[in-house]
Write a protein that binds this ligand. Structure first.
Ligand code: C5P
Length: 300
């Protein structure tokens, strides 16, 4: 085999509870990840060296050198296997870049799956998970897909039972937000408030809504502790969230570290309507509809 293509979904966080800053610069989280049907595609072709090329949505904002997380994933996998493999990666992006939907993590997870296949390594998922956790806090979930609770940095995962399909609308913003900057702003805002930061706890009401497949209940339980920080860095997101509510979303929040905003709809038809209203309101660069949960990386 000399070419493997993997399709990999974006994520939205249904609950993102952020604990106090740890000594290692990370925060303990309760992070309920939900994979949604916005997909990047990563094609791996056997080569002597390592290279990456990016095309599609905001491709010019993605590095095509060693800073690219997908290339880092390929290098880490080759090192794990103890061999000097090469690969040329082509990434077709649909997931917003630096948008809080784990696009970079998705590409890294796809590269792990594609190179594992291309190089005939046959490594089990547990091995890939370990490499994934070293690449970034969201990469293990990007390998898993579906819906799961992440604890620790977000890398320790427990799959969650979901009793239905949920329909989403995503409002894309101009430009991205750096995850590290948003966490830093979260610490700053909290310090300025002078309030203690409680340990993050999973919302049982949110898990019950997921189990029941109850969109209305889920809409009421969506929370993101990074939202005040994202709003502080990007004031216009307040108007986007307000417009989503005014247009009849069951719930809305900043996705991860933003600046993408996610809105929950009652049905596929309602998501289409909501997307049109949001587009008309002029509060987003672009608007996408999607559903979740969807499976993780899939060889196509
Ligand atoms: O793990 P990853 O490299 O994706 O994280 C990017 C940045 O996000 C970290 O450098 C850190 O500033 C912040 N982060 C955090 N706590 C987490 C995950 C990420 O503070 N649990």
């Amino acid at each position: 085999m000399n070419s493997v293509t993997v399709r990999v979904p974006a994520k939205v966080n249904l609950q993102l509870a952020v604990g106090p800053l740890r000594d290692d610069g990370y925060h303990d989280l309760v992070n309920v990840f939900h994979a949604v049907s916005v997909f990047d595609e990563v094609t791996a072709v056997a080569e002597t060296g390592m290279s990456v090329r990016v095309e599609g949505e905001s491709a010019d904002q993605v590095p095509e050198d060693g800073d690219n997380l997908a290339i880092q994933a390929a290098v880490a996998l080759a090192r794990h296997a103890g061999r000097s493999y090469g690969v040329s990666l082509a990434i077709r992006k649909a997931i917003p870049v630096a948008g809080g939907m784990a696009g970079g993590s998705a590409d890294a997870a796809a590269a792990l799956v594609a190179c594992n296949e291309l190089w005939g390594l046959g490594l089990p998922t547990e091995d890939l998970m370990e490499i994934a956790a070293d690449l970034g806090s969201d990469v293990p979930f990007a390998l898993l897909g579906g819906t799961a609770v992440g604890t620790g940095r977000g890398e320790r995962l427990t799959p969650v039972e979901v009793g239905g399909t949920f329909h989403w609308v995503f409002a894309l913003a101009d430009g991205g937000l750096s995850t590290a900057t948003v966490y830093g702003e979260c610490d700053r805002v909290r310090e300025a408030d002078g309030q203690g930061v409680p340990l993050p706890r999973t919302s049982e009401a949110l898990l019950a809504a997921l189990r029941a497949g109850d969109a209305r209940a889920l809409g009421a339980e969506l929370t993101n502790d990074l939202q005040p920080a994202a709003l502080s860095l990007r004031e216009s997101l307040g108007r986007t969230l307000q417009a989503g509510r005014a247009c009849g979303a069951l719930g809305g929040l900043v996705s991860g570290s933003g600046p993408t905003c996610a809105f929950l709809a009652e049905s596929e038809a309602h998501a289409t309507e909501l997307a049109a209203s949001l587009k008309g309101a002029g509060v987003a660069r672009d608007v996408l509809t999607a559903y979740g949960p969807v499976p993780g990386p899939t060889v196509v």
